[in-house]
Design a protein around this ligand. Structure first.
Ligand SMILES: Cc1cc2nc3c(=O)[nH]c(=O)nc-3n(C[C@H](O)[C@H](O)[C@H](O)COP(=O)(O)OP(=O)(O)OC[C@H]3O[C@@H](n4cnc5c(N)ncnc54)[C@H](O)[C@@H]3O)c2cc1C
Length: 637
């Protein structure tokens, strides 16, 4: 490597420990710890971190940052047709369960809870999940920075305060979530206070005076320039055309024409919205150009559905309000995002699986006892590191008395028998592995598109560089990521009760892969190609360069200030509902309704994607419906 490159790499801190260099050392250390720990998952023993997965942090989730290389390799064996014929060399476990649940995310865990509560503890249930830890997209990363424990979400982040006595409010209470409104870190230190966010999405919407826009080489700015308080200044000084400025100000000030919003799911206005793209809708409502939408608003507008507005149903923007309305209160977030819901559910299902009391604080702080998750004596068992590759009724689905569920674990293939099955893993695997899936259901699943996302958590030793610029959050329009903010952490398992510019924090970049103008399926597969083919080191370099470009003028030094980077890659992160997804096209039923309307024999379908809205409450509600569709078949035995 030429000297100039070496110097550049050193300046970026690419030779620094923690973030990458010592992933090998940390693996060896962790493996040593695993060998002497009785609560280690067997999967942990196999997991070797690699130059794609990268550093995974510390704690329960250290081996499970997003889809690791191991997860990916196991999943691709299905994609590449290795299980098109009945698997050979099967190991019969001899186990029969009343219910097998494929997928241990929020939906799968909720299904296990509903099943246990409704079928009774005498009925046996098995949850199979491919990751080294349960939770699906609701997982967390942990860093230790200068002696302080920092926690951030890997995917599913925020929740809302629910209407009292609503189904979800009661569900929360039933698992020990008794603090719908959380307390957050207070301002600390001598520097005057500036507003901070509670969630990663708060400031990108509100963009207060302490928010900045960055314009770099895409806008002819070398070095780049900052516009602090862009809306307060009415974009004065932004290096963009007068037409773009006018468009953005129109967008910011709200709809140009009075808007009729959907009042309930499926009303006339929702159907009209579902017939057009979100891009056309935004252009119409705000009177702005397609170019402005694609240059400045995509993919953040529509980001809750993974891609830009060009391919999404306009109804996707209203689904949240109409499908699951909530009181007008601030969004809430645990330090590790919705991870804590998954942990609370596991504690409720298998109390020994997480040491300590069954309280929010307890499950947040205590360690997972991996050995306790899969015990023969338990009514519910959770088996990790297990990729389900084949699900099929033993005979005619109308009459069969059982379903075969086949999974791979540590290179071996196993079969269990199930009286009922909930498929909670998501569309992209369910359509491949349910071998006797009728063509109606297969066609329905073919209309589900999902796109990737990467959550990059960047731990910094302090955020004084932002403070110096007078901001606590910012947005940019080129390079890696789009926006970030400094968050006050909820005081649940948090190591410091205060936060100030000298506090170490985790800055989260949400990287979406959208290619406006391309077909929806092509955008998803192109994004996956990109996420698959980019080694950890390349992303690490991009992040360090992006931060250096944006913040070095305020004294930021990547080498000194970045304490660690964890990448959480989700190959099929978001469902992307296209026009017609919610209410069907030409009078035909919407694809989601075909899958939700009834069980197929002894198999029912869950996961948040069936709602068309990525939200943990949908995961729970879809699980509730799916279990209800199967109970009669289980209880009659
Ligand atoms: C980046 C991101 C941010 C989000 N932010 C929020 C948010 O702020 N608030 C919110 O409410 N929601 C958010 N969501 C939505 C999130 O999807 C839901 O909250 C919820 O976590 C989904 O749970 P699930 O069980 O339905 O699906 P998943 O979490 O996807 O769980 C499915 C599980 O099944 C496993 N699986 C799949 N196939 C197989 C197989 N063949 N064998 C074994 N296991 C299998 C998967 O690997 C996974 O572990 C976000 C999603 C993403 C991607």
């Amino acid at each position: 490597m030429p000297d100039d490159f070496r110097k550049h790499d050193r300046a970026l801190g690419l030779d620094q420990p923690i973030s990458r260099r010592d992933f090998l050392n940390s693996t060896l250390l962790a493996s040593g710890a695993v060998l002497i720990s009785s609560s280690a998952s067997p999967f942990q023993l196999m997991a070797e971190q690699d130059d794609w997965t990268g550093y995974g942090g510390v704690g329960d989730y250290a081996r499970s940052n997003g889809n690791t290389l191991e997860i990916l390799t196991a999943g691709h064996r299905i994609r590449d047709g290795e299980f098109e014929t009945f698997p050979k060399n099967l190991i019969e476990t001899g186990e029969t369960y009343d219910c097998v649940i494929v997928g241990g995310g929020i939906s799968g865990l909720a299904a296990a809870l509903f099943f246990q509560r409704q079928a009774g503890k005498a009925k046996k249930c098995l949850v199979l999940d491919n990751h080294p830890i349960f939770g699906g997209e609701a997982k967390r990363n942990e860093f230790i920075v200068d002696g302080q424990r920092l926690v951030a979400h890997q995917g599913s982040a925020i929740f809302q305060v629910q209407y009292p006595h609503s189904f979800i409010a009661r569900f929360y209470e039933s698992i020990g979530m008794n603090m719908p409104t959380l307390q957050y870190q207070r301002w600390g230190g001598k520097s005057p206070e500036i507003p901070l966010a509670h969630t990663p999405y708060e400031l990108v919407d509100s963009a207060p005076a302490t928010y900045g826009f960055y314009f770099g080489s895409k806008f002819g700015q070398k070095p780049g320039m900052w516009l602090v308080d862009p809306w307060g200044k009415k974009l004065e000084g932004a290096p963009i055309s007068a037409a773009q400025k006018a468009d953005l100000l129109k967008w910011r000030s709200g709809p140009a024409i009075p808007q009729r919003k959907p009042e309930y799911e499926g009303d006339e206005i929702s159907r009209q919205l579902d017939a057009i793209t979100l891009e056309d809708h935004i252009m119409q409502v705000y009177g702005i150009s397609r170019e402005t939408v694609r240059t400045f608003l995509s993919p953040v507008e529509g980001g809750g559905s993974g891609l830009g507005p060009d391919v999404l149903s306009a109804y996707a923007d209203y689904a949240f309000e109409t499908l699951r309305p909530v009181p007008d209160t601030e969004d809430q977030m645990f330090p590790g995002g919705n991870t804590e819901f998954a942990r609370l559910m596991v504690k409720a299902l298998i109390p020994e699986a997480i040491a300590g009391p069954a309280t929010l604080e307890g499950v947040c702080k205590s360690k997972v006892e991996f050995d306790a998750l899969d015990q023969p004596s338990s009514a519910v068992r959770i088996r990790l590191g297990s990729t389900v590759v084949w699900v099929e009724h033993n005979g005619d689905p109308e009459k069969a008395d059982a379903v075969s569920v086949i999974y791979t674990c540590a290179g071996k293939t196993y079969r269990v028998k199930a009286r009922s099955v909930v498929m909670a893993g998501g569309c992209w695997t369910t359509k491949h592995i349910v071998r006797d899936l009728p063509s109606s259901h297969r066609d329905a699943y073919e209309q589900f598109y999902r796109s990737p996302c990467m959550i990059a958590n960047v731990a910094v030793r302090n955020w004084r560089f932002l403070y110096k610029m007078g901001i606590s959050g910012c947005r940019w329009f080129e390079g890696i990521g789009n926006y970030m903010d400094v968050r006050r952490q909820a005081l649940v398992g948090t190591s410091s009760a205060t936060i100030g510019p000298d506090s170490p924090v985790v800055l989260t970049l949400k990287v979406l892969y959208s290619y406006p103008g391309l077909a929806i399926a092509e955008q998803g597969s192109r994004g996956r190609e990109e996420i698959l083919n980019t080694p950890f080191r390349d992303y690490e370099r991009q992040i360090r360069e992006q931060f250096t470009d944006m913040f070095s003028g305020a004294g930021f030094e990547a080498r000194r200030d970045i304490a660690g980077i964890i990448l959480n890659r989700w190959g099929h992160a978001y469902l992307n509902p296209q026009p017609g997804f919610f209410f069907g096209v030409n009078g035909k039923p919407a694809p989601r309704e075909i899958l939700r309307s009834a069980a197929f024999g002894r198999i029912a379908f869950a996961n948040t994607d069936l709602a068309g809205m990525m939200d943990h409450r949908c995961s729970i509600l879809e699980a509730h419906r799916a279990v209800g569709q199967l109970l009669d078949q289980v209880l009659e035995n």
